[in-house]
Design a protein around this ligand. Structure first.
Ligand code: DI6
Ligand code: FE
Length: 399
């Protein structure tokens, strides 16, 4: 198939041109892969006979990648939302046994089928906006069986919907009530064995943790990372979300794919991440929901060439967000990321945050995961609020 008469963004036409924009471009698709992408005038002879679809000047981007979600979870936290509006803080609610732990109770009670069923409408909302890859974390089970059930439910999404799912083990997300005050015992008796079990079943593509005062210390996260390394799994980390504990540096030292949140990260963290090639994942939905005022050090990331991704962090507590387009708008308006950075953040850089070598670019050899938009310029994707200009989505070469 040939997509012609299109504006292309996300090509590597000119690495310095914003968006890698090609004003009148063509994409040739063979099977599941992009065979060629570039200026229409340069289309090689051998692709000219393919069935052509005239896009009438519409914009084609790589399919969007939501590289940080907790989209599989039980229940919701609307009651906690009300409590916060009555003046209680996120940390206060977490320390009182609410917050993440109330979702743990609901997730344990749900069972794998119900977890999958509850996740699908949220997945559909992302897909409707051109998302073709979703990362999904465990971390609301906090026992061996439920952590694995969450990951199995996540994997089953890909059998039910045309979307690629990457799973991340997040057993070190919170300390369950039965281990209160005994975080190390939780790691030894539950988290690390759950990681082994998930890996043995082939359920985890990566390993994550929550390095925070209300969760795990850098020393404890280092233990989880050591086990991940022993199993050959890449790592990433929720770091510097509510305070600076050195998580970003720990992640960088461990060659992490990404460090995520980062509101309290500093220059030194940016330098360490740049040296390690660790992606900075921006989660403006959590910043917005928690009414955080401390901004992530975008200028430092930009100056040092740290790749920035943008994701929804879709979760029932701090970011009940199922719109990656809105996350882009928030990253622009709240964090002052440029629309070009926002688009790279949900395509090329999001792919890097997941260690995906064959997604996130319009380039020969990549999976033919594309989004076609009824817009005149790529800035419109970040500019509008609550409007979905998706015209068509192509997943693995199939409309
Ligand atoms: N940081 C977050 O923003 C989510 N997890 C994390 O470590 C929030 C999880 C929740 O509140 O349920
Ligand atoms: Fe998260």
């Amino acid at each position: 198939m040939l997509l012609r008469n299109a504006i292309l963004a996300g090509t590597d036409a000119d690495a310095d041109a914003p968006y890698g924009l090609i004003a009148r471009g063509t994409v040739a698709i063979e099977g599941e892969r992009i065979a060629w992408a570039g200026p229409e005038a340069a289309l090689p002879e051998r692709f000219r006979g393919l069935d052509a679809l005239d896009l009438e000047g519409r914009l084609v981007t790589p399919g969007l990648i939501d590289c940080h979600t907790h989209i599989v979870h039980g229940g919701n936290r609307a009651a906690e939302f009300e409590m916060r509006l009555e003046g209680r803080s996120y940390e206060e609610i977490a320390r009182a046994g609410g917050g993440i732990l109330s979702t743990v109770t609901a997730t344990r009670a749900a069972g794998e089928d119900a977890l999958l069923a509850a996740a699908l409408p949220r997945v559909d909302a992302l897909i409707a906006e051109g998302v073709t890859t979703i990362e999904v974390k465990s971390g609301y089970g906090l026992d061996i069986a439920t952590e694995c059930a969450m990951l199995r439910a996540a994997r089953r999404i890909a059998a039910m919907r045309p979307v690629t799912v990457r799973t991340t083990f997040l057993g070190a997300h919170a300390i369950p009530p039965e281990y209160r005050g005994r975080a190390d015992a939780y790691l030894d008796e539950v988290c690390l064995p759950a990681l082994e079990a998930a890996h043995a079943e082939g359920l985890a593509d990566a390993v994550d943790g929550f390095c925070e005062g209300i969760a795990f210390s850098p020393g404890q996260i280092a233990r989880v990372f050591a086990r991940a390394r022993a199993l050959g799994l890449p790592v990433k980390l929720h770091a510097e979300q509510l305070s600076n504990l050195g998580g970003a540096r720990l992640a960088a030292t461990n060659g992490a794919l990404s460090a995520d949140h980062l509101e309290y990260a500093d220059e030194g963290d940016a330098a360490a991440m740049a040296a390690a090639g660790t992606v900075a994942v921006m989660l403006p939905g959590a910043f917005y929901t928690l009414r955080e005022t401390r901004l992530p050090p975008i200028a430092a990331f930009r100056a040092r060439g740290v790749a920035m991704a943008v994701a929804t962090d879709c979760n029932p507590g701090s970011s009940p967000l199922t719109s990656l387009l809105l996350a882009m708008n928030m990253a622009a308006t709240l964090f002052r990321m440029t629309p070009a950075e926002c688009l790279a953040g949900v395509t090329a850089h999001a792919a890097r945050a997941l260690g995906l070598a064959d997604a996130g670019h319009l380039r020969a050899g990549m999976r033919a995961d594309l989004a076609i938009w009824d817009v005149e310029s790529p800035a419109e994707l970040s500019y509008r609020i609550g409007f979905n200009p998706l015209w068509k989505r192509i997943f693995g070469g199939r409309p």
